[in-house]
Write a protein that binds this ligand. Structure first.
Ligand code: MG
Ligand code: MG
Length: 272
C-alpha cells in the first residue's frame, strides 16, 4: 500500500534521512585498509544514538547490526565482520535510522584506498544510474519509467541489474509500497503523485545479474564472484518533482570531492 505524506511528514523524513547522511559522512573518513566493518558498525551505532535516533536496521527482521556492510562481490545485506578491509576493496554501506517515528535508509559504495579503474567505473555508472532513475520519479510518470531508465543505462554498460531486490516506499515503516525495481518497462506500474516518498537503490553487478545467498540467511552475493555496487537515496515528490531528502554531501565534504550532481533535485537549499 502507498501512503502519501504531508509536507510536515516529508520534513520528518528529511530529518531521518539526514541522520543517515551524516552517519555515512562520518564513516567516509574512517573507511581505510585495516579497519573492519564491525569497527565501523560500532561507530555508526553510537553516532546515530548521539543524534537522538535509533539504528533502523538493528533487530529489523532479526538483523544483528546497525549497518549492512557488503564488500566486493557482496551485493547487499552483508553482516559486518571483524575481518580488516584491504586496499582495493569496495564496500557498500547501507544504513537506516529511525527518528520521530520515521525511517531514513540510504547507502553508498566506498572505495578502500586505491581501486582498479574497472571497479571505479562500476561505482561511477551505478551512482549515475541512481540519478537517472530519480529524474524519472515525477508526476506524470510511473514505477516502470524509473526501472527502465536505470536498467537501460546499466545494461548499455554491460552490467547486470539485480532483479530479486528492489527499492521501496519509505515512511513510518522501513519498507512501504510501492516496490521500486531497478528494471522495468516504460509507462507500466503505479502512477506517481505528490507526497510519495521512496528509496531508489540500484544494485548493479559488473558481471551477471544473478545472485546467491550465503547460509547466514542474509548476505546476498553475485553468482560469478565479480564486484557489485549499491547506491541509495530517499526522495519525495513535491510540486510534481523529485526532491532529495538524503545527501551524499557529507561524504563529499569528508573526502574532498566537489559535486553538483544533487543540485537539480533540491527545491530547498541544503544547509550542511
Ligand atoms: Mg532501502
Ligand atoms: Mg538501504
Amino acid at each position: 500500500m502507498v501512503k502519501l505524506k504531508s509536507l510536515e511528514e516529508i520534513e520528518l523524513l528529511r530529518e531521518s534521512a539526514l541522520v543517515v547522511s551524516k552517519t555515512l559522512g562520518m564513516l567516509a573518513s574512517e573507511i581505510k585498509p585495516g579497519v573492519s566493518a564491525l569497527d565501523l558498525d560500532k561507530l555508526a551505532e553510537t553516532y546515530i544514538r548521539d543524534q537522538g535516533a535509533e539504528p533502523g536496521f538493528l533487530g529489523m527482521y532479526g538483523f544483528p547490526n546497525t549497518l549492512n556492510m557488503s564488500p566486493n562481490a557482496q551485493v547487499v545485506h552483508g553482516i559486518p565482520t571483524s575481518e580488516p578491509l584491504q586496499e582495493g576493496d569496495i564496500i557498500s554501506v547501507d544504513c537506516g535510522a529511525l527518528k520521530n517515528g520515521y525511517y531514513g535508509d540510504h547507502a553508498y559504495t566506498f572505495p578502500v584506498g586505491e581501486i582498479a579503474p574497472e571497479t571505479q567505473k562500476l561505482l561511477d555508472v551505478t551512482k549515475a544510474s541512481l540519478y537517472i532513475g530519480i529524474r524519472e520519479f515525477r508526476v506524470g510518470n510511473r514505477v516502470g519509467d524509473v526501472g527502465y531508465a536505470i536498467q537501460k543505462f546499466c545494461e548499455d554498460h554491460g552490467y547486470g541489474v539485480v532483479r530479486e531486490l528492489v527499492g521501496h516506499g519509505l515512511g513510518t515503516k522501513l519498507h512501504e509500497g510501492p516496490e521500486m525495481p531497478n528494471y522495468g518497462k516504460r509507462g507500466r506500474g503505479k502512477k506517481f503523485s505528490d507526497g510519495m516518498v521512496v528509496a531508489i537503490e540500484p544494485m548493479i553487478n559488473m558481471g551477471t545479474k544473478n545472485i546467491k545467498q550465503l547460509k547466514d540467511g542474509w548476505t546476498i552475493l553475485t553468482a560469478d564472484g565479480k564486484p557489485s555496487a549499491h547506491f541509495e537515496h530517499n526522495i519525495a515528490i513535491i510540486n510534481g518533482k523529485p526532491e532529495l531528502l538524503s545527501t551524499f554531501q557529507y561524504i563529499y565534504d569528508a573526502l574532498n570531492i566537489s559535486s553538483t550532481e544533487e543540485d537539480e533535485f533540491r527545491q530547498k537549499k541544503l544547509e550542511v
